[in-house]
Ligand binder design. Structure first.
Ligand code: CO
Length: 169
């Protein structure tokens, strides 16, 4: 197992739509183990493969330090199949933007289709924090970061601070 380096903004791989996984073999299992080890090392609650430089549609989530009854999840080729109209505005951060936090409006409930590590298809319904983390991470594998989900005013604030060198990653 190895701890992988976190890719930070503005690395172009964060803008990439990642490749679908077609081989559910040992290599994939080893990648996912490394992703978990990396996420725990950096104290994240979610991680997408491009954040550790890997071009594969894989996300992992573990919110058990906040919601104890939940278990770690690895989602391969995930697709959000339903978003609730009901939304929630809450603060988010991202390991690729260390130290930067702002509020993002996200659907409160959703449904995701994905494959597990063995290539078996699943459907998952989620709400609250899990729904938020899934939206954030699945955005990553489609090349979208959380800044792009903020209001135009908040986006402008981020780009100005970044250009002025007030946030460095
Ligand atoms: Co992120």
């Amino acid at each position: 197992m190895s701890v992988l380096k976190i890719v930070k903004y503005p690395n172009p791989i964060l803008k990439k739509k990642l490749k679908l996984v077609v081989n559910f073999g040992l290599q994939l299992k080893s990648t996912i183990r490394d992703m978990f080890e990396s996420m725990y090392t950096y104290n994240g609650i979610g991680l997408a493969a491009n954040q550790v430089g890997i071009d594969l549609a894989v996300v992992i989530v573990d919110i058990s330090k906040v919601e104890k009854q939940t278990i770690p999840l690895a989602l391969i080729n995930p697709v959000i199949t339903m978003y609730s109209d009901e939304k929630e505005l809450k603060e988010e951060g991202c390991l690729s933007f260390p130290g930067y936090y702002d509020r993002v409006n996200r659907s409160k409930y959703l449904e995701v289709s994905y494959y597990d590590i063995n290539g078996k298809p699943h459907k998952l319904q989620a709400e609250g924090l899990l729904a938020r983390v899934l939206q954030h991470e699945i955005d990553h594998i489609n090349g979208i970061n959380f800044i792009q989900r903020m209001t135009l005013k908040k986006q402008a604030k981020f780009y100005i601070l970044y250009k002025l060198g007030k946030c460095k990653f």
